[in-house]
Design a protein around this ligand. Structure first.
Ligand code: URA
Length: 233
């Protein structure tokens, strides 16, 4: 088995990120830093990542977390900020699939299934991502239409999106938006492009998975049907 596949199957991270670990010299085979990203693991090889020995396969676990604001979507943060993996039981090491911004709340999948994560993050498998947004000011019907048709978020014009204006008060608008792409900070950049910066952002759905009544900061295991659904991709 190729080394990046082995690391992903062991639940350390996705295959793509395993390649980064190798490039950064953080992977050792039998005590020596691995230089060849195409290395095939042999029986008896001792593999270490960041000095920690990794074992071949682990029981696969899948969590759905309602991420709170003020958490980094990562397994560790250089600045010492709270990270999302602190919010799931530590029966095995898991990592987040995709990312939500530090101040975004809502649906986030965490797993140790590197292969699944790898497939879900591939650009050819863009899920519908549903967000509830509170934006500054009153978003007009014409501005919502612009969001639907595509806006320039700085060198990139967004693909058609679904947008529903739910209600507004004197200072802000609540809207629901479904996008099919996942550019960095895309929803925030889209609302900024129409002159209504985002105040609060919550991801409520990913494909047919929904956050439901899960409280902020809580997680639950995915049901077998939900895991099967994700495995179809
Ligand atoms: N779009 C954003 O702007 N932020 C997120 O966290 C997710 C989507």
């Amino acid at each position: 088995m190729r080394i990046n596949q082995y690391i992903a199957a062991a639940g350390v991270t996705s295959r793509r990120k395993a390649d980064d670990l190798i490039a950064e010299g953080r992977v050792r085979i039998n005590g020596a830093v691995l230089m060849n990203p195409g290395y095939h693991v042999e029986d008896g090889d001792i593999i270490e990542v960041d000095g920690r020995r990794i074992e071949p396969e682990q029981k696969k676990v899948y969590y759905l977390l309602n991420k709170p604001a003020g958490y980094v979507t990562s397994t560790a943060d250089k600045e010492g900020r709270p990270v999302v993996t602190e919010l799931v039981p530590d029966e095995v090491r898991v990592f987040p699939v995709g990312r939500l911004d530090y101040n975004t709340t809502g649906l986030l999948i965490l797993t140790n299934d590197g292969e699944l994560s790898n497939r879900l993050m591939h650009p050819s498998h863009e899920f519908d991502k549903k967000y509830l947004v509170r934006a500054q000011g009153i978003v007009t019907i014409a501005e919502a239409k612009r969001l639907r048709e595509g806006v320039d978020i700085g060198g990139f014009v967004t693909s058609p999106a679904e947008v529903e204006l739910i209600r507004h008060d004197r200072n802000s608008t609540i809207a629901e938006i479904i996008i099919h792409e996942g550019k960095n900070r895309q929803v925030r950049r889209m609302f900024k492009a129409i002159g209504h910066p985002v105040i609060e952002l919550c991801r409520t759905g990913l494909g047919n998975l929904t956050i439901g009544r899960l409280a902020v900061g809580q997680c639950r295991k995915l049901s077998p049907a939900e895991v099967e659904y994700l495995n179809r991709f």
